[in-house]
Ligand binder design. Structure first.
Ligand code: IMP
Length: 431
């Protein structure tokens, strides 16, 4: 096994940053294939917490090349800010990072459209991260997007003018919002030209050379499978494909160049933003289960968005969701994170099916309204009072925690290959 795709398989925030950072010393290249500054990957090393949005989670390691693929969307302000934060911490980002020349740029009008559309939707909003992700991917598909390499094109000015005319019509006439100025856009373009263009590269070429030389590649996803624009809880999803298959198109590699798919999930479930969540127990709007297990997860798990700071909704492990993810991604091994958050609960539950109108459903319905109306069918297992925090070997786990792990493997029909027991790099069990 050399080339692995690491992806989240719930609704994002599964702890991918830590797992990728952990795997980075054993690989030569870490490559991001989709998403943008909507992602927030938190790394904790010693006492230091680093949140990365665009930059692959391998950046803290010497000798690891980090690539941002064509399938991503890049906000020049955010990426430069992130680079500067790392440079200030002494990380030689410029030597370690290359950006695909085919990356789409998120420009100020994308953020303005995202905000205005969400405001116009009112109660029916998606609950986006507000980073301009949807409008930028829309422009890509509509063939009016601006890519990093387009900063060198003679027709850039005309294309920006045409985009601004269109966007400002939408903003002012349709969405009743303020227009975006050319000066705002130019500021972003100038910054991208000065700081990002020097890092632009032919990413597929780099990857093919590295793969031919026998180097190991880690393909890093963002968000989670249930936020995939095709396979997730549409329309409450992000605007890109987040599944393992997107690694191929989002970087320019072939199917034979992926050997394994690591599906990362929490030992429970969280979600930010709107949309169905069958096993939800707790949310900031006041939903709270009688046993307070959801509140326990939110508080002990510190469940606040690393990018937006929004409180996350929490609930039991949904094995129907994870089974769906195992199928659509071809997951070969699971990495279960935040096991320690369940310490102290009297019992723990696994959702093994849904019930809808008296019928038992074994897979995730494509229709959001059906998923919203479905009730979870739970298997209840005894909890444990001992601490699993920081455990580094299976024999340090209480018997009931181990039993939960084995049950997850059996129900999801997938082996667990890693178990994370705390935020630090060392808080891990390899199975
Ligand atoms: P967008 O990606 O900003 O358009 O947001 C669409 C949906 O995806 C919203 O429900 C967001 O909360 C969710 N989302 C986007 N990125 C992430 C992430 O990195 N973690 C968790 N949820 C995310």
């Amino acid at each position: 096994m050399t080339n692995t795709v690491a992806i989240g398989i719930q609704w994002g925030d599964e702890g991918k940053g830590k797992i990728v950072d952990l795997m980075a010393p054993d690989v030569d290249v870490v490559a991001r294939f989709q998403g943008g500054p909507n992602a927030g990957h938190t790394l904790v090393i010693g006492d230091k917490k680093t949140v990365l949005n665009h930059i692959p989670s391998g950046i803290l390691h010497d000798d690891t090349l980090c690539l941002i693929g064509n399938g991503t969307v890049v906000d020049p302000f955010r990426l430069v800010e992130e680079m500067d934060m790392l440079l200030a911490a002494g990380i030689p980002v410029v030597e370690r990072l290359k950006i695909s020349e085919r990356c789409q740029l998120i420009l100020p009008y994308h953020r303005a459209l995202d905000a205005a559309r969400e405001a116009a939707k009112g109660a029916g909003k998606i609950g986006t991260t507000g980073k301009g992700i949807g409008p930028c991917y829309e422009d890509k598909t509509a063939r009016r997007g601006i890519r990093l390499i387009d900063l060198t094109s003679a027709d850039l000015n005309d294309r920006i003018e045409a985009n601004l005319e269109y966007v400002n019509f939408m903003l002012t006439q349709y969405l009743k919002a303020a227009p975006v100025t050319r000066a705002d856009v130019d500021e972003a373009l100038d910054l991208a030209r000065a700081r990002l263009l020097p890092l632009a590269a032919d990413v597929p070429l780099i990857l093919q050379k590295r793969i031919k030389a026998g180097e190991r590649i880690l393909y890093e996803g963002a968000q989670g499978s249930m936020l995939d624009v095709d396979h997730g809880t549409y329309p409450f999803v992000t605007s890109s494909n987040t599944v393992a298959g997107a690694a191929l198109a989002g970087l320019g590699v072939g199917p034979g160049q992926v050997d394994a798919v690591l599906g990362i999930c929490k030992a429970y479930t969280t979600r930010v933003g709107a949309g169905p969540f069958p096993t939800e127990l707790y949310n900031a709007e006041g939903k709270c289960d009688a046993e307070n297990a959801g509140k326990h997860m939110a508080e002990k798990g510190n469940e606040f968005g690393s990018t937006t700071g929004r409180p996350r909704r929490t609930g039991w492990f949904d094995a129907v969701v994870v089974q769906h993810a195992v199928r659509i991604n071809g997951v070969t091994g699971l990495a279960i994170t935040k096991m320690d958050v369940l310490d102290g609960l009297e019992e723990v539950k696994l959702c093994v099916a849904y019930e809808l109108n008296g019928e038992r459903l074994e897979s995730v319905p494509a229709c959001c309204a059906q998923l919203e109306a479905a009730t979870p069918v739970y298997e209840t297992l005894p909890g444990w009072s001992e601490s699993t925090f920081g455990a580094t070997a299976l024999d340090q786990l209480p018997a009931n925690a181990l039993a939960l792990l084995r049950r997850i493997e059996a129900v999801c029909d997938c082996p667990v290959s890693m178990l994370s027991t705390g935020p630090d790099r060392n808080h891990i069990i390899h199975l």
